[in-house]
Design a protein around this ligand. Structure first.
Ligand code: ZN
Ligand code: ZN
Length: 330
């Protein structure tokens, strides 16, 4: 099969052995594999990096002793893996499993091998492209917004409008909230407006904190979510929420930000949460979102066949895009 290699700001195809089914591990022929911001580390780094890609959907093409899935089933392929036995796996949060078995493989490939319990079936009326959004474009934001109990009574600040932040805008609008979106990139702000954001602000041209205070009678927003992983934006989220507000971080930041347990936490009563990747229990609600939200298709701006993989990564790196989806068989 063909799979994607990354490095030195280039992407190209290499040959790899076809995976084989074994026990509960089935082989899925991938039809849509989105690019995630976290895949760009390998793209920008020197050298040659394989095994990228952790989102995707496709069709089961080979089974061994798996009993729930059959050849021909259309499935979502979860990232990574899990033991399937521990409390983390049983609660759906397999992504935090401490006994992940090896052998899952990256999703920038024509085939991937996965345990059948990590391949929920897709309904026939959801296209492969749309279904592929159930990975990083929607799932971390879905978990964060649900845990923050976002509702139509809330004003929600969303910072960082890459595919993950745009997914958060879409979901927060679907949940009925007023959305104030923030990103320095005009293309991304325009896309947030198209999906229903009431405001889309440039943090380099606007005092966002003053704007939010003015708009909320000095109280601050009810909820704030950062998808940028940028310390300034994360700190803005903490500063922008009102007393007893909730903040979510879903953009990777391996560094640190300032947080005062008294001044930020105790005396304001605010709550901070974070979410990563997918939870098994998110799938049904995300299918409902994909069926009912009229602008879900706007979360994908480009699709490219594997033969244009270099152009696909260059497009994503250019920041003038929402989700960029690869089609491994084109
Ligand atoms: Zn991702
Ligand atoms: Zn486990």
């Amino acid at each position: 099969m063909k799979c994607v290699a990354l490095g030195d700001r280039r992407a190209w195809l290499v040959d790899a052995p076809d995976p084989t089914p074994e026990g509960e591990w089935v082989v899925v022929k991938l039809h849509a594999s989105p690019i995630c911001g976290s895949d760009m580390h390998g793209y920008h780094a020197g050298g040659e990096h394989f095994g990228g890609g952790h989102e995707g959907v496709g069709e089961v093409v080979a089974v061994d002793t798996a009993h729930r899935l059959r050849v021909g089933d259309r499935v979502l392929v979860h990232p990574a893996s899990g033991c399937g036995e521990c409390w983390r796996c049983r609660s759906g949060s397999y992504i935090h499993c401490r006994n992940m078995p090896p052998g899952s493989g990256g999703h920038f490939a024509q085939y991937v091998r996965k345990q059948e319990w990590l391949c929920p079936k897709l309904p026939e009326d959801i296209s492969y492209d749309l279904a592929s959004l159930m990975g990083c474009a929607l799932s971390p934001a879905y978990q964060a917004l649900v845990r923050m109990e976002v509702s139509a009574f809330h004003t929600v600040l969303i910072t960082g409008l890459g595919p993950v932040g745009l997914g958060a805008v879409a979901l927060a609008k679907f949940m009925g909230a007023e959305v104030i979106a923030v990103d320095p990139e005009p293309w991304r702000r325009e896309r947030a407006r198209q999906m229903g954001a009431e405001e889309a602000l440039d943090p380099l041209a606007t005092d966002v904190l003053a704007f939010l205070r003015e708009r909320t009678s000095g109280e601050g927003v009810h909820r704030a979510l950062d998808a940028s992983g940028k310390p300034d934006a994360e700190r803005l989220c903490i500063d922008a929420v009102r007393a007893l507000g909730k903040v979510a971080f879903i953009g990777e930041n391996p560094g640190t930000i300032e947080y005062g347990p008294s001044n930020d936490g105790i005396r304001r009563g605010i709550e901070i949460i974070a979410a990563w990747h997918q939870n098994l229990s998110s799938v049904d609600d995300l299918v409902t979102f994909l069926r009912r939200f009229p602008h879900a298709g706007l979360l994908i701006s480009h699709t490219f066949g594997f033969l244009q993989v270099d152009q696909a990564f260059a497009t994503f790196a250019g920041r003038q895009s929402a989700k960029v989806v690869l089609h491994p068989w084109q």
